[in-house]
Design a protein around this ligand. Structure first.
Ligand SMILES: NC(=O)c1ccc[n+]([C@@H]2O[C@H](COP(=O)([O-])OP(=O)(O)OC[C@H]3O[C@@H](n4cnc5c(N)ncnc54)[C@H](O)[C@@H]3O)[C@@H](O)[C@H]2O)c1
Length: 262
């Protein structure tokens, strides 16, 4: 129970990786507060309450700075502290550079960068006040280790989160606040399914097999595996880790050389 007694805000916890992180955090003893703009938050809460009663959720768009501020203040007033912030909410729409409208660019920048910024800025004063905090940002291998066609807007935001993580880590060290980034590879989530649908990719077993061919571990990662990495980084076992990036992709992003398989 490495997170026993800890209070954690998890953005985008209604589905996908965020939901996986919520499950693990509840199993490991944390009190979890989800911030998510989707109606699916209701289903998530119904599922999560079976693991632990220490779960609540707020329906909020993290680009709405004023509302984020109000909700974070309400959370602090209710629990008396905020130990952990997982900036997980994010969006991704595959589009080639010249076809990316300013609106689509801003959709990525506003949620992935500014949304993360808003929630962090709202939580940070309370962490400083308690001289304790663990901030974990969901970046990606995309934009940092690898890149593909149609990923310019998304990749820009995910690389930006690395700069955010490292700079904030330096500034936060004297307050006993650590800031780290997780860089997942392909994980089957609603985001991944939407990406496939928008690109007329039928996620049949054969397509997944195709993706798996590029993954040395020969399977996709699970949302809970990302949850356990987040839990470690959010726990006091990781007090000396800050400003670091953690790839979790089954070695997908390691450049391969042709060699003899012995
Ligand atoms: N799935 C992957 O393969 C993968 C790989 C690398 C990185 N990531 C990153 O992991 C994170 C989670 O991805 P996922 O695949 O679980 O995505 P997802 O679409 O399945 O879930 C994202 C969640 O964020 C919420 N959200 C989106 N915009 C929001 C907003 N403005 N305000 C509040 N909530 C909002 C959604 O409602 C949803 O619940 C993202 O930051 C993504 O970039 C995912």
């Amino acid at each position: 129970m490495i997170l026993r007694g800890k209070v954690a805000i998890i953005t985008g916890g209604a589905m996908g990786i965020g939901l996986g992180i919520c499950k693990v955090f509840l199993k490991l003893g944390a009190t979890v507060i989800i911030l998510d703009c989707s109606d699916k938050i209701k289903n998530a809460l119904e599922e999560l309450i079976k693991i632990s009663k220490n779960i609540i959720g707020y329906k909020v768009d993290i680009t709405n700075k004023d509302l984020v501020d109000k909700i974070v203040t309400a959370i602090y007033n209710r629990y008396g502290k905020i130990d952990i912030l997982i900036n997980n909410a994010g969006v991704f729409k595959l589009t080639k550079f010249l076809e990316i409208s300013d609106e689509l660019r801003d959709f990525h920048f506003d949620i992935n960068i500014k949304g993360t910024w808003n929630v962090t800025k709202a939580v940070y004063p309370y962490m400083i006040k308690h001289k304790y905090g663990k901030i974990i940002n969901l970046s990606s291998i995309t934009g940092v280790k690898v890149a593909g066609i149609g990923e310019v807007a998304y990749a820009t935001t995910k690389a930006a989160l690395i700069g955010f993580t490292k700079s904030l880590a330096i500034e936060s060290a004297k307050y006993n606040i650590t800031v780290n980034a997780i860089l997942p590879g392909y994980t089957i989530t609603p985001l991944f399914k939407k990406f496939a649908l928008n690109n007329n990719i039928n996620i049949t077993k054969s397509v997944i097999k195709e993706i798996i061919l590029g993954i040395p571990i020969k399977r996709l990662g699970t949302t809970e595996e990302i949850g356990y990495l987040a839990a470690f980084l959010a726990s006091d076992l990781a007090n000396y880790i800050t400003g670091a990036e953690f790839v979790i992709d089954g070695a997908t992003s390691i450049p391969k050389i042709k060699n003899i398989d012995v």
